[in-house]
Design a protein around this ligand. Structure first.
Ligand code: NAD
Length: 364
């Protein structure tokens, strides 16, 4: 099959980790007979250095013309980089916010998977994670409290601030549909998280999610209050498959979920719109402290590329093979410095990428 993929390496370690993910995608093409056409584009600091702005119309147009975008990371060291002398709307991160908006990416997916080989990095007790966990937080990204009307005003000498949490049924329905679709590709369970005992927006959320679930009888639905979910994530993370939730709850729960894996260099993410299109990127930042030193762990980006194969290109078998290759390389004891432990072999960014490609090609 032929697909167009836009690569946006970005800043810091971005170019190194995207380079390795591309090698893995090339390996997939060779092994399975696909053709991926690549186009490279700039964002963030790299775009500021070349064009004076963090995101150009050309990058937006390239992304819109593609089946998917694979991105590295954006930003520099705020204390030393000249990018942060610019006004906020011209800084690297403004490019990131703008591209998400331009592409109408309303669904954010952050998997949290515990590799048995990296159990030591997990801060939870061994008996809690005995059977591992494999969950995915699906967060609504363009509505709710972060986008509602807000104001701060003084009345009779007392300052008051108001933020508004708004959702309409269409916004809820489209993310719920995504949640059930994604659950179908996983363990077929959706936990919808809300605060329906207090909030009207949550009661509407629950009603619409119930309605959508009628179209997915093969997917189990349960509802959970957000405070309980925050506890259950550390008490028994193995109970979750897809956790479907609104913007602010998802912001908090996705950080909690990534923390319990213990390894920032392993965490992938995806942002999707109403079509199959998606923007895939690691959850971590541009790590300027280790940029250009062949120290960055490319696995989060490689796993983001696997998500791209699965969710935007419908290449599930290929995605499984990439994830298996990562597992195999970890089982063989190879580690980048961020996940290094005693008795393992420490490798650099380039070698880790090459080992994963070799493993992918060697699979039956
Ligand atoms: P960071 O995630 O870049 O780094 C935090 C720590 O984790 C650092 O010590 C770094 O060396 C390490 N680290 C991160 N990714 C790693 C990897 N793949 N392999 C090995 N070690 C890794 O967070 P930060 O230092 O707070 O932010 C640095 C820059 O990244 C800032 O400009 C910030 O705005 C930006 N940022 C961008 C994104 C994004 O592009 N989506 C997300 C978060 C932060």
């Amino acid at each position: 099959m032929e697909h167009k993929i836009v690569l946006i390496p970005g800043d810091g370690i971005g170019p190194e980790i995207v380079r390795e993910a591309k090698k893995v995608l090339d390996g997939v093409c060779g092994k399975y007979g696909h053709t991926f056409q690549y186009e490279e584009a700039l964002i963030g600091g790299a775009s500021i250095d070349t064009y004076g702005i963090p995101l150009t119309d050309d990058t937006i147009a390239a992304a819109k013309s593609a089946d998917a975008v694979l991105m590295g990371s954006v930003g520099g060291d705020a204390a030393t980089s000249p990018w942060y002398q610019l006004e906020p709307s011209k800084r690297p991160e403004a490019g990131l916010l703008k591209i998400r908006k331009e592409l109408n990416l309303f669904a954010n997916l952050r998997p949290a998977y515990l590799y048995s080989q990296l159990k030591e990095a997990c801060p939870l007790r061994p008996d809690i994670i005995e059977d591992g966990f494999d969950l995915l937080i699906m967060r609504e990204l363009t509505g709710g409290l972060y986008f509602g009307d807000r104001k701060t005003y003084e009345e009779n000498g007392v300052w008051t601030a108001v933020d508004t949490l708004v959702y309409n049924e269409q916004e809820i329905r489209r993310i719920a549909v995504k949640g059930f679709e994604i659950a179908r590709k996983r363990q077929k369970k959706v936990t919808s998280v809300d605060k329906a005992n207090v909030l009207d927006s949550s009661r509407l959320w629950r009603k619409v999610v119930e309605e959508v679930s009628a179209d997915y009888p093969d997917v189990k639905l349960e509802h959970m209050l957000v405070d309980n979910c925050a506890m259950q994530l550390v008490r028994d993370p193995g109970q979750f498959d897809v956790v479907l939730t609104e913007n602010m709850f998802g912001d908090i729960l996705s950080d909690e979920a990534s923390m319990i894996t213990g390894s920032i260099g392993m965490l992938s993410s995806a942002s999707l719109n109403e079509t199959k299109f998606g923007l895939y990127e690691p959850s971590h930042g541009s790590a300027p402290d280790i940029a250009g030193q062949d120290k960055a762990n490319p696995i989060a980006t490689i796993l983001s590329a696997a998500m791209m194969l699965r969710y935007s290109l419908d290449l599930d078998q290929e995605a499984d093979a990439v994830e298996q290759a990562v597992q195999n390389v970890l089982s063989q004891g190879y580690r980048t410095v961020d996940i290094m432990s005693e008795g393992c072999t420490c490798v650099g960014t380039r070698e880790m990428g090459e080992l994963i490609v070799k493993n992918l090609l060697a699979q039956a």
